[in-house]
Design a protein around this ligand. Structure first.
Ligand code: LMR
Length: 401
């Protein structure tokens, strides 16, 4: 009966992680999956998370009863506030709210299902390139093949603003446009404030619908406000929008699948129906979300001391990433590596789009055991003071080869 099941390709970034783990080479380096590592190359449970988990473990007032379909309200309210700002008019006017979902991916999926099934959107656009899972999430939600807007200018290693604006101008009305709120994955290049204004102008004229993917708030610059500037700006311009928030990176809660889908409307009139529809979407899918990550995040966001401690953690993580960007660039330049490397320090967030081509990537993996996906994206988190020189030399060899 099941001989009809076709083969399917592996999920590149997870397959890469597995190959890295199986590799016995002592100097192997993992620049693949976007997960924070300490300078010792180890995963980091944020101390504030550990502390709250200990409180939760001994709190006998807590139980394992079901959450509602829309999740833990204290969490979703706090997450939405963190994104939009405490005094956002969308919140004070009761026209913006959040739904707890399964990390950023699950928030994108619930949002996409809502847009196609309940709000009758038909077309969506994503940046070229984008996080590869956007396409799969939207396809599985029921959207036809996605369209692309230009984003990365490969020859100058910067944003192709003109291309992006032109493609948005030509998009049909009511297209959903996936935008990266900050720290664009995979390029690490964000529009400037002025460029965001130009993007918003076109989207307003063309009646395009923004769906932000916000996976790195606080993690990118160390400052929550900076990293949510674009979303807040679109709200201030009167856009209706969706935003998928992940707490994987900024809280280090990768496998807890904690996220929030924020929805903002022009007025509060659709809110009751939208909540009712999303309730059914979730009920027919996973019924209701898990509570552990939601408890941790909401405790931290609602306690001044814990919040302060967490601010220190996001500064530490983003600071180490910035140092490693600089260190890699310096080493590459010291070695006289062919090409220009300032893009490594111009980019922001977890990733750098190195500009290395596929044969060079393959050479790095096979010859140096430096693991990165075919796109040439590297996770800066995999660099540390012990391996950056080795990586720079490997890059030198790969581009000179
Ligand atoms: C990445 O892009 O490496 C991360 O966001 C992990 C993932 O799920 O792809």
């Amino acid at each position: 009966r099941f001989s009809c099941v076709e083969a399917a390709p592996p999920v590149e970034i997870f397959a890469l992680s597995r190959s890295y783990k199986e590799d016995q080479f002592p100097q192997k380096v993992d620049l693949g999956i976007g997960a924070y590592r300490t300078n010792e190359g180890k995963p980091w449970v944020l101390p504030v998370v550990r502390k709250v988990e200990q409180q939760i473990a001994t709190d006998v007032t807590l139980n394992h009863e079901y959450l509602s379909q829309l999740g833990y309200e204290e969490f979703s309210k706090s997450a939405t506030k963190m994104l939009l700002g405490n005094d956002s008019p969308a919140l004070t006017e009761g026209r913006g709210f959040g739904v707890q979902c399964l990390s950023g991916t699950g928030s994108l999926r619930v949002g996409a299902e809502f847009l196609i099934n309940c709000a009758k959107f038909k077309t969506y656009y994503m940046s070229s390139p984008t996080w590869p899972n956007h396409r799969l999430v939207f396809k599985n939600a029921g959207f036809q093949d996605g369209k692309l807007y230009r984003y990365w200018d490969a020859s100058n290693r910067k944003l192709d603003l003109d291309g992006m604006l032109e493609d948005l101008k030509n998009a049909p009305e009511d297209s959903v446009i996936i935008l990266h709120a900050c720290a664009h994955n995979p390029t690490g290049i964000d529009p400037t404030k002025d460029q965001w204004k130009q993007i918003a102008d076109i989207m307003e004229q063309r009646k395009l619908f923004p769906f932000f993917d916000c996976a790195y708030q606080g993690f990118a610059s160390g400052n929550l406000e900076n990293d949510s500037w674009a979303v807040r700006y679109f709200v201030s311009r009167g856009f209706e929008l969706l935003c998928a928030q992940s707490f994987a990176k900024n809280f280090g809660l990768y496998n807890e699948r904690i996220g929030n889908l924020t929805l903002v409307f022009k007025d509060s009139s659709p809110v009751v129906n939208v909540r009712a529809q999303i309730t059914l979407l979730v009920r027919g899918n996973y019924s209701n979300p898990p509570v552990h990550g939601a408890r941790i995040v909401s405790k931290v966001l609602n306690d001044a001391t814990l919040y302060e401690e967490w601010q220190g953690h996001i500064k530490e993580m983003s600071g180490r990433i910035k140092e490693m960007r600089q260190a890699l660039r310096n080493k590459l330049e010291e070695l006289g590596t062919p090409g220009t490397w300032e893009h490594i320090t111009n980019q922001i967030g977890m990733f750098s789009y190195t500009g290395l081509n596929q044969p060079q990537v393959q050479y790095l993996v096979e010859k140096f055991h430096v693991y990165l996906p075919k796109s040439g994206r590297i996770s800066i988190c995999g660099l540390n003071t012990n391996n950056v020189e080795y990586v720079a030399k490997a890059f030198y060899e790969a581009v000179s080869n």
